[in-house]
Design a protein around this ligand. Structure first.
Ligand code: PLP
Length: 394
């Protein structure tokens, strides 16, 4: 191929960093604290206020957040955690870290989120057999909230605690309210990985309205260590005192990361606006192609982390693999979200097998995430659309 005519590669997602973001990080580098300083609390407060949650706890990744979130909810050996099979492995792995068991609730064929009907049926049978989960992790796939009101009603009925995996959903709304407000859950988790809505490089956050969970999360984030009044009042205690009361971790975020996160929060509204504009344009430009486009539940307003299409087998014989390769040949790096977690080798070894969650498996067989990120230009998007048109025509 003629190099001069090779267009720049288009990833499916990427960070959007400007000079303000860079200046914010540099300012921390020049300050006294590059970790355990004041910027963490500032970032936490910023996100908590944005979501309308009482507390936020910044951590080193969403994976770390899911881990200490599950621990804070009391998940341990002998317990069960349920999540969606259509997610990144971290949503399920957090249960295994705690020595608990994992099971899945299959997805809704339209929203690709955990199915409320299947959850109701599974809870009923688990209740009958005494195998109810302690924790449910609904995943707001692609940035579209799960149906939290009916999910919370079911979990309330059966005594199941809820931790939302909102990794995709910073800035998303459910029934007009921000995801992360924990109106229908005890905890919500955000990811700040570069492909997500805002980034801190690596990073995550837990939101909660519960002061006890908040205190436990702060301890678990930092070695299980506390310096509360009781510790300081112990005989022989001094200003140096601390007490390890839990087996915690070092899951702290650095102030460098928090500065980037706080700066990115200033840009969140613009990011969301650009993502939504690109989605409107995809919807319009792809409407005549034999593709199943993303369906949105009327209660939701997605943050649009992902734009997932599927070739419609009733209208075309061009399959996902052909599209994937055809896009790659044109320097367009589409991705697939997600390989159903229960089909991963680690989970097969735990007894899961293909066929266990057929809706997620069927969805996966056709799913393709097209490029979508704030810096994607109209021209770049037009290239994606033209490539798809050519692939279906040819
Ligand atoms: C990205 C992601 C995670 C993990 O996030 P990290 O911050 O990379 O640990 C967990 N769950 C879902 C649904 C994700 O997309």
């Amino acid at each position: 191929m003629n190099d001069r005519r090779t267009p720049p590669p288009l990833p499916y997602g990427r960070q959007c960093i400007n000079e303000d973001d860079i200046a914010a990080v540099v300012a921390v580098l020049r300050s006294d604290f590059i970790t355990q300083g004041p910027t963490i609390a500032r970032f936490e407060q910023r996100v908590a206020e944005f979501c309308g949650a009482r507390y936020a706890v910044a951590v080193s990744s969403a994976t770390a957040a899911l881990h200490i979130g599950a621990l804070a909810l009391g998940l341990g050996p002998g317990d069960r955690l349920w999540t969606s099979p259509n997610t990144f492995v971290a949503s399920a792995n957090c249960a295994l870290y705690c020595g608990a068991q994992v099971d899945f609730v299959d997805i809704d064929a339209r929203s690709y989120n955990l199915s409320v009907a299947l959850l109701a049926a599974k809870l009923e049978s688990a209740s009958a057999s005494g195998t109810l989960p302690k924790v449910l992790v609904p995943v707001h796939f692609a940035g579209q909230s799960c149906e939290m009101q009916p999910i919370a009603a079911l979990c309330e009925k059966y005594g199941v605690r809820i931790m939302e995996d909102a990794s995709h959903a910073v800035g998303a709304l459910y029934q007009g309210q921000p995801v992360g407000n924990c109106l229908h859950s005890e905890l919500a988790v955000f990811s700040f990985h570069p492909v997500k809505i805002i980034t801190t490089g690596e990073g995550g956050m837990l939101l909660t309205n519960d002061s006890e969970l908040h205190a436990r999360l702060l301890r678990l984030r930092s070695h299980g260590i506390t310096r509360d009044e009781q510790v300081m009042a112990e005989p022989g205690a001094g200003p140096w005192s601390y007490a390890q009361v839990d087996l915690g971790f070092n899951y702290r975020m650095t102030d460098l990361q928090a500065a980037l996160g706080a700066s990115q929060m200033n840009r969140l509204a613009a990011f969301l606006e650009r993502r939504r504009a690109l989605v409107t344009r995809y919807n319009k430009l792809l409407a005549t192609l034999p593709l199943i486009l993303p369906w949105q539940h009327p209660d939701t307003n997605s943050s649009w982390h992902l734009y997932v299409v599927q070739p419609d087998p009733t209208r075309t014989r061009v399959n996902r693999l052909r599209l994937y390769h055809g896009l790659r040949e044109r320097q367009i790096h589409a991705q697939v979200h997600y390989i159903p977690v229960h089909t991963q080798p680690w989970y097969r070894d735990l007894g899961f097998k293909p066929g266990d969650f057929p809706v997620a498996e069927h969805y996966y067989s056709g799913a393709l995430s097209l490029p979508l990120y704030p810096d994607l230009t109209d021209e770049g998007q037009t290239r994606v659309v033209a490539a798809l048109q050519a692939l279906f025509a040819g």
